[in-house]
Design a binder for this molecule. Structure first.
Ligand SMILES: *Cc1c(COP(=O)(O)O)cnc(C)c1O
Length: 433
């Protein structure tokens, strides 16, 4: 299978090259030239089995093809349960049972398996730069921790992630280092972009990226939609609809891609926080990226959803894009109310991101929708204890992997908003590796 750039100015490549590059040379995002049909009529015995069958066509003819099943087994070694909730037809797809208690573990672990298998033996180590608003950095750090031939440098906005998130970013040690940047998430992303396009720097250090536009993170996210929807159809004879907490649109795009491959997925609803670029667009306005606004669901504070470029590429026009899913915006007051009401209404404690989707489900039900819906739970509530605990009035116990991370000590190096200082730090810290 061949992959093209959304901007049309780069040569078509196979998946190995698309994974290694991250971004296409013309600045676009890689997309498969055609969406293959899944030919899956039932779920595999495990999520890893479903993933290997689903991803097979994308890897046909690649160096990784013979290793795909092993990669899936190594990456997807934790459960992703579809849990019935209290209300008839309400389900929760729990994506937070990985090592850092957020769904980004799934994409990050698959990408790490792919990149370490693509690495030539004896090549110089690759430094992976990752800007994060919280969850991505931890997932990428965990996925590459102590992996031979890789080093990870995480940049996060100082004071703008939850204390537990900050701890989770700084607790790795070894080949994973955290920089707390005096600035916003967009500033962190800008520093990373500057480094990745600094030809002089790249002569001294082999740099890589692991951000949410990498195909190696997008494609594996289809696996849980495939697995859950096939199981659901086997049990209930019908397709399953999804409400998806959305920031950069990677998770929702994976659901759309899985549905386009023929999986029994019904409607897709994108639930955004107060960053409402997508809801406005789906309501008919032009697509107008904005600066990100801080909300209670901080991992979704995105004003320019990067995967929109892929969604747009696959459709002939805006009307076709708008017919592919629906979108709604949920403000901080509604997020708080959804968290506070969730124990009684749904029998669960949600993280703020999952609460955005729960609010969206509640409004569907209030409008008389009786179809089966799964709310996608993107993180464990214990990661956002400062938001969640005051609203529900009791402590939320961290799951074992998160508790283990919290028990380790954490450090982060302060960094001013200063590219030359970042560059010098990278060169010096690489020299001592
Ligand atoms: C990243 C993240 C999201 C948003 O996912 P996208 O793929 O960027 O739309 C939602 N919830 C949590 C907890 C996240 O970490």
């Amino acid at each position: 299978m061949k992959f093209a750039s959304t901007r049309g100015g780069s040569p078509e490549v196979g998946i190995d090259d698309a994974l290694a590059a991250g971004l296409a040379p013309d600045g676009g995002l890689y997309v498969p030239l055609a969406i293959p049909e899944a030919h899956l009529d039932k779920a595999g015995a495990t999520l890893a089995d479903t993933a290997a069958a689903l991803l097979g066509p994308y890897f046909a003819g690649s160096r990784l093809e013979p290793q795909l099943a092993d990669m899936c087994r190594a990456a997807f070694d934790f459960p992703v349960p579809l849990r019935p909730l209290q209300g008839a037809g309400d389900y929760l797809l729990e994506l937070f049972h990985g090592p850092t208690a957020a769904f980004k573990d799934i994409g990050a672990r698959f990408l790490a398996e792919a990149l370490s298998r693509l690495r030539e033996s004896g090549a110089p180590p690759t430094t992976i730069l990752v800007a994060t608003s919280g969850d991505t950095g931890a997932a990428v750090g965990a996925a590459f921790h102590r992996r031979e031939g890789f080093r990870v440098v995480i940049l996060y906005p100082d004071g703008r992630v939850s204390p537990r998130q900050a701890h989770g970013l700084g607790c790795f040690g070894d080949n994973v280092q955290a920089l707390r940047v005096e600035g916003t998430f967009d500033d962190c992303q800008q520093l990373v972009k500057q480094a990745l396009t600094d030809a002089g720097l790249r002569e001294s250090i082999t740099l890589g990226s692991a951000n949410s536009i990498s195909l190696g993170r997008l494609l594996p996210q289809m696996a849980y939609y495939a697995h859950a929807s096939l199981q659901f159809r086997a049990d209930h004879g019908t397709s399953l609809n999804f409400v998806i907490p959305t920031g950069n649109l990677g998770n929702a795009l994976a659901a759309w891609l899985a549905r386009s491959m023929g999986l029994p997925i019904g409607d897709i609803v994108i639930a955004s926080n107060a960053n409402d670029v997508l809801p406005r667009y789906f309501d008919g306005a032009d697509y107008r990226p904005q600066a990100g606004k801080a909300t209670l669901a901080n991992a979704m504070d995105v004003g320019a959803p990067s995967n929109f470029e892929r969604l747009r590429w696959w459709h002939v026009d805006d009307a076709a894009v708008r017919a592919s899913m629906r979108a709604c915006s949920v403000d901080d007051g509604q997020i708080s109310a959804a968290i506070a009401g969730a124990p009684a209404r749904h029998g669960l404690v949600p993280c703020p991101h999952t609460a955005v989707a729960l609010h969206a489900l509640e409004s569907l039900r209030a409008h008389g929708d009786r179809r089966p819906w799964a709310v996608v739970a993107t993180a464990h509530p214990a990661k956002f204890e400062r938001v969640v605990e005051p609203l529900i009035g009791h402590e939320v116990k961290p799951p074992p992997a998160l508790a283990a991370a919290l028990a380790r000590s954490a450090t982060a190096t302060p960094l001013g908003l200063d590219y030359p200082a970042f560059r010098d730090w990278l060169l010096e810290s690489t020299a001592v590796q």
